[in-house]
Design a protein around this ligand. Structure first.
Ligand SMILES: Cc1cc2nc3c(=O)[nH]c(=O)nc-3n(C[C@H](O)[C@H](O)[C@H](O)COP(=O)(O)OP(=O)(O)OC[C@H]3O[C@@H](n4cnc5c(N)ncnc54)[C@H](O)[C@@H]3O)c2cc1C
Ligand SMILES: *[C@@H]1O[C@H](CO)[C@@H](O)[C@H](O)[C@H]1NC(C)=O
Ligand SMILES: *[C@@H]1O[C@H](CO)[C@@H](O)[C@H](O)[C@H]1NC(C)=O
Ligand SMILES: *[C@@H]1O[C@H](CO)[C@@H](O)[C@H](O)[C@H]1NC(C)=O
Ligand SMILES: *[C@@H]1O[C@H](CO)[C@@H](O)[C@H](O)[C@H]1NC(C)=O
Length: 608
């Protein structure tokens, strides 16, 4: 009797509890998606202006290592360093913490219209982004603990084996495909049944599928088979072929590198994380080229933190070059123009690599089964359903569009169900009203499929450079995508594969038709017309890297193969900036690999 009573109370409480959670998430989603609509993207680091202009400099103590940026690389690196009890690390981060909203995979794009994004735009472009306001593409970068991994698409792709052999061929010892594979495996906790020998189990970083798979996946896989793509573990033996997406989620929630790594290390007494500050400078003694520490600011005050062993800059492919240049490390001519005393003349900010991203929309007569938000939330709380899938992303294919012996895939096709929230899409792509109008006219969110083409090994390079001597200013980001004609030509070859997909039985069964874009109508020549459309619609893929490239020659590269800045003592860069050449895939996994490897190099150097 008594125990029955207790059981009923328990059940009641559970039901209430569950619906409280559902209500909480419902309100959270309503509120944040509403806020995104009116969010004003900042134009500079105004938030820190008072601190930057303050004359008072306070001491923040001395540490073995000062790591700048708690993003993908910084989170991994600081966690690994803190495994050594007598290493004392200060980890400095400009943004705030992750929260329940940013962890919902399906909500990923809304983070871009919030304080979790720095708010960068490219400079006006000549060769791509032409359909965007003022020909400027938005360049989102995570500004929070976990960095871009806390707002990204969570797709887990390592890139092609040959990519790393090419890094090694440049003279970077220890970076060949065989050398780096153990570091990919080290961080991974794979839940998928991938190729034997290629995956890690028991690492900090979870990889799983979003379940259940959407019905359309079957058509996508069948269509890829029809065009002779094999179904593979694209993070395994073969870098070519198609499959459903492997995601960095855990029980359906985002697993940023902060969640995966830092969470295990934050309580350690030898690791100190400070958030909501801006690092403005690395302090280097110009007489000796020895790095002393960093300067950083809060909203009102300036601080100096000293590093006994090293300063490690992990501020990402845009902010790392900015900080280095503000510290006197960069192209001599540019620094002199800006008025910054030159400590080392290095090609910082050059070699900006980005994967051009071209969305192609198909109509179908298939209708996605939708359900209420309450249902979706209930499923999400069980680790299942549409909210666990980042922005409707479903499957991919890595394709070689070139004849002859492949150097790796040239194009990725990324299959997604388009997001129905068109005003948000228009905002995050910065679409001109005319461009957005075409999309609106033609969007049938319940039945469209988008095939996004990623150009995996672009030849074009952009550049990050300073606006001024002040850390209040955002840096200039000239993406310069598609400046080389060869890149446009490869995208046209990629469009040929989209056409093949449309013609498969699997896609004919859902009556797939290419959406006709009413742009570039005055161009008659078909190839020219495609080129015109490509230059209008191509945008960023959020895969910026390469701005402090790794290599032996200090005329061409910024860091050596131990990631130390050429000519400067006690200063390293550890993040996506060090990629000397493109990675043929999404680049977060490679960034984590870089941090894992760097941690080992540093441990070896100081442990003896
Ligand atoms: C919207 C989006 C979607 C993406 N989707 C995918 C995907 O699906 N799969 C994939 O593999 N990759 C994806 N990427 C790319 C991937 O997430 C990034 O390449 C990767 O996270 C970069 O890691 P990082 O350590 O180099 O830089 P970040 O993770 O950006 O870290 C830099 C950190 O430094 C901090 N910082 C910068 N400047 C300062 C300063 N002055 N003072 C203090 N702190 C500072 C930043 O706030 C940030 O936390 C995506 C990126 C974005 C933005
Ligand atoms: C696929 O391969 C078969 C057999 O080699 C060939 O007949 C067919 O034309 C190929 N299809 C495509 C789309 O390449
Ligand atoms: C197939 O799509 C075309 C073009 O959108 C449309 O005209 C036609 O009615 C569709 N057919 C079926 C069977 O849905
Ligand atoms: C979709 O179109 C295909 C091809 O025209 C047709 O066979 C199929 O019955 C249609 N399905 C629906 C649900 O209309
Ligand atoms: C400092 O580094 C620069 C760039 O590598 C070099 O030209 C200069 O000679 C170095 N100075 C000292 C004192 O090592």
């Amino acid at each position: 009797m008594n125990s029955l009573f207790i059981m009923i109370i328990y059940l009641l409480l559970n039901v209430v509890n569950c619906s409280i959670t559902t209500t909480y998430y419902k309100q959270l989603i309503d509120q944040r998606t509403r806020e995104a609509r009116t969010y004003k993207i900042p134009k500079n680091n105004e938030q820190f202006r008072k601190g930057i202009e303050s004359d008072d400099m306070q001491n923040y103590g001395e540490y073995d290592f000062v790591v700048v940026g708690a993003g993908s690389a910084g989170s991994v690196l600081a966690t690994r360093l803190s495994e050594i009890a007598n290493f004392n690390t200060l980890l400095l981060e400009a943004g705030d913490e992750e929260d329940d909203f940013s962890q919902i995979p399906a909500m990923m794009i809304y983070n871009q219209l919030s304080r979790k994004n720095w708010g960068y735009y490219s400079t006006p472009q000549r060769y791509s982004c032409l359909g965007m306001n003022n020909q400027q593409c938005m360049v989102p970068r995570g500004k929070l603990v976990g960095g871009s991994s806390s707002i990204n698409g969570m797709i887990y792709v390592r890139g092609s084996c040959k990519d790393y052999d090419k890094w090694s061929d440049l003279g970077n010892h220890g970076w060949s495909c065989d050398d780096v594979l153990p570091y990919f495996k080290k961080s991974e906790n794979s839940q998928i049944r991938g190729d034997n020998g290629y995956h890690g189990i028991g690492g900090y970083w979870n990889v799983e599928y979003s379940l259940p798979s959407p019905d359309l996946l079957e058509n996508i896989i069948a269509a890829n088979l029809e065009i002779n793509q094999s179904i593979v573990d694209y993070n395994g033996r073969s870098g070519f072929g198609s499959n459903q997406l492997q995601f960095n989620i855990k029980h359906g929630k985002r697993q940023s590198l902060a969640k995966a790594f830092l969470e295990n290390a934050r309580a350690r007494s030898n690791l100190k994380l400070v958030t909501n500050i801006l690092v403005t400078k690395v302090i280097i003694d110009p007489e000796s080229n020895v790095t002393k520490g960093v300067e950083f600011v809060t909203q009102n005050t300036k601080f100096r933190a000293l590093a006994k062993k090293e300063v490690i800059v992990s501020a990402g492919a845009i902010n790392t070059p900015q900080i280095l240049m503000l510290s006197g490390i960069g192209p001599k001519k540019h620094l002199e123009e800006i008025g910054i005393p030159v400590i080392a003349d290095l090609p910082v900010g050059k070699n900006l690599i980005e994967h051009p991203y071209l969305p192609v929309v198909l109509h179908t007569n298939y209708t996605i089964k939708d359900t209420t938000m309450e249902n979706k939330i209930d499923l999400y709380l069980k680790g299942l359903g549409p909210l666990t899938r980042p922005d409707g992303m479903t499957g991919l294919a890595f394709i070689n569009t070139k004849n002859g012996v492949p150097e790796g895939p040239t194009i990725e096709m990324l299959f997604t169900e388009p997001n129905p929230d068109l005003s948000i899409i228009a905002k995050i792509f910065n679409l001109k009203e005319t461009t957005a109008a075409f999309l609106t006219e033609m969007n049938h969110p319940e039945s469209d499929i988008t095939i996004n083409l990623l150009l995996l090994r672009p030849k074009s390079r952009g550049r990050v450079f300073l606006k001024s001597i002040s850390p209040t200013d955002f840096p200039n980001i000239d993406l310069n995508m598609l400046s080389k004609q060869e890149d446009v030509d490869t995208l046209i070859e990629g469009l040929g594969y989209v056409w093949r997909i449309v013609q498969t039985n699997a896609f004919k069964n859902i009556n797939a038709t290419l959406l006709e874009i009413k742009m570039c109508n005055n161009v008659n020549n078909i190839k020219r017309k495609l080129e015109c459309l490509i230059r209008q619609m191509t945008t960023t893929c959020y895969h910026l890297c390469g701005t402090t490239a790794m290599g032996p020659d200090e005329k061409k590269f910024v860091v050596d193969d131990k990631l130390k800045v050429h000519g400067i003592r006690n200063l390293r860069v550890v993040d996506a900036s060090i990629f000397p050449l493109p990675v043929s895939g999404h680049i977060n996994a490679a960034t984590v690999m870089v941090a894992e490897k760097a941690a080992d190099v540093i441990k070896k150097m100081y442990e003896e």
